[in-house]
Design a protein around this ligand. Structure first.
Ligand SMILES: *Cc1c(COP(=O)(O)O)cnc(C)c1O
Length: 227
């Protein structure tokens, strides 16, 4: 499938329209929901078409690939906001802090320490979200639900990191609603306002459960890894 600039603009308009409907159904303000265009494994041409359509918020899951996209060919346009939505290694913390405006995947004390140091060194203060492994999957990043309250308290007390949001990536084979409900409950009891949840297949459900950020890739750009 090829994606022309006009079809990318049209995909975006359709996704935004669906966000608006889902918000109204849930009696929420559509403006309170941010669409993150997930540009991992997409060509510069498609990303440029998305920028031309007016999209300013993008998500990437790897630091190096994001650097190639956003410090290489593409201009850093005014108002651009980049979210890191993939796992972060401690040795890439400084690069991540320099490039991203929001880091959504803090999930362990060692990384909190690396990020705190990187923020000190760079003078940059990206917003930090905590990733929660709501499905308790062994292979998946994120802190376990039973440990998250203590972790958030530790971030505030010992690392001067006050998380702005929570993020989750539910197990593929499960109904996502219970995971979204769990993430919202954890956020409420910890006084955290933002929720990054929902992807191409389930962003409307996520909005029903209070998502403030939806991370949408294929529904906007088409399949990954194709020109
Ligand atoms: C790839 C990715 C997405 C987007 O997935 P789509 O199904 O293409 O919308 C969202 N969140 C994370 C963490 C991802 O890695």
């Amino acid at each position: 499938m090829t994606q022309s600039s006009s079809s990318i603009a049209q995909n975006r308009a359709e996704v935004l329209a669906r966000i608006t409907v889902a918000a109204k159904v849930g009696e929420r303000d559509p403006q309170a929901i941010t669409l993150i265009a997930v540009s991992k494994q997409q060509t510069d041409q498609r990303i440029n078409a998305m920028l031309a359509a007016g999209q300013l918020v993008f998500g990437e899951n790897k630091v190096q690939e994001a650097q190639a996209h956003w410090q290489g060919h593409l201009e850093r346009v005014e108002g651009l906001r980049l979210h890191l939505i993939g796992p972060l290694q401690t040795n890439k913390a400084l690069d991540a802090v320099k490039l991203f405006d929001v880091i959504e995947t803090l999930d362990r004390p060692k990384l909190a320490l690396a990020l705190a140091k990187a923020m000190d060194k760079s003078g940059r203060q990206p917003d930090i979200f905590v990733q929660v492994n709501t499905g308790e999957e062994a292979q998946k990043a994120g802190i376990a639900p039973v440990d998250v309250d203590v972790f958030i308290a530790d971030l505030r007390k010992n690392y001067e990191i006050d998380p702005k949001g929570l993020m989750c990536l539910p197990p593929v084979a499960e109904e996502p609603a219970m995971h979204f409900a769990l993430l919202r409950k954890i956020a409420q009891r910890n006084g955290i306002e933002q929720l990054s949840m929902g992807m191409s297949d389930d962003f409307e459900t996520a909005i029903a459960f209070g998502a403030t950020h939806v991370r949408v890739g294929t529904a906007l750009f088409g399949a990954r890894g194709e020109g």
